[in-house]
Design a protein around this ligand. Structure first.
Ligand SMILES: N[C@@H](CCC(=O)N[C@@H](CS)C(=O)NCC(=O)O)C(=O)O
Length: 216
């Protein structure tokens, strides 16, 4: 099997630790027992220092041997082709997994991220609030009826949806008991806990190095 390399930043401030999207790829590899290494690009000058690997200057991106791929969703789908644990192989189970994976990105995260951004910029009651509320309410109704989004068991669709929903401001939005239980259940998986702890530990370790290099 070719070597998987997950790329992230060499350091981030405390706020995003535990939420940088390389965690999605670490988590998937942990779920599927796929061996991987983590390598880094510099956080400083990130807008321009790795445009050859991620055309928007973001992380994560992935190497699979010679193959290079960016976008966390695309990387997850790539990893899912390696392990049935991440996506079932029967056509119906695969189609369900695909639709919920894309919907986590394109129906939920496309609202949660801009809403979150306006919120932290001091506009908690912004124009996206109603839209977000509707999307989360619809999802709440789905999650009230089932334990997993697709195929009756954990898939990358749950990994992605739980990662979108676990952002603290989103998680605290409204009273949505089924969604809260879902996020708690999915993020209680040992693979998530390991991926999360590894990421936080890596950025904490980078603090010391950064302090050494700081002028004065
Ligand atoms: N759609 C992209 C989004 C990637 C993204 O927003 N990455 C964040 C870290 S989680 C980043 O690199 N932020 C740096 C910046 O915005 O300067 C994906 O899912 O891979």
């Amino acid at each position: 099997m070719s070597e998987l390399t997950i790329w992230t930043y060499d350091w981030v401030p405390e706020g995003p630790r535990g939420f940088v999207r390389d965690l999605r790829l670490r988590w998937a590899c942990e779920e599927a027992d796929l061996p991987y290494v983590v390598r880094t690009v510099a956080f400083d000058d990130r807008q321009t220092n790795h445009l050859d690997r991620q055309p928007f200057g973001l992380v994560p991106f992935l190497n699979d041997g010679e193959l290079e791929i960016f976008e966390s969703g695309a990387c997850l789908l790539h990893l899912a082709r390696k392990s049935e644990r991440l996506m079932p192989r029967d056509p119906a189970g695969e189609a369900e997994t695909l639709q919920w994976t894309i919907s986590a990105l394109n129906s939920l995260e496309m609202v949660t991220v801009p809403w979150w951004f306006l919120n932290i910029c001091g506009e908690p009651d912004n124009q996206l609030t109603g839209w977000l509320g509707q999307r989360l309410e619809h999802l709440e109704n789905v999650l009230a009826e089932r334990e997993w989004l697709a195929a009756g068991r954990f898939t990358i669709a749950d990994l992605l949806m739980a990662d979108v929903l676990r952002v603290p401001l989103v998680r605290a939005f409204g009273d949505r008991p089924a969604s809260e239980a879902y996020v708690a259940r999915v993020t209680d998986r040992p693979a998530f806990r390991k991926a999360h702890a590894d990421q936080v530990r890596q950025f904490e370790a980078a603090d010391a190095k950064r302090a050494e290099m700081a002028p004065g």
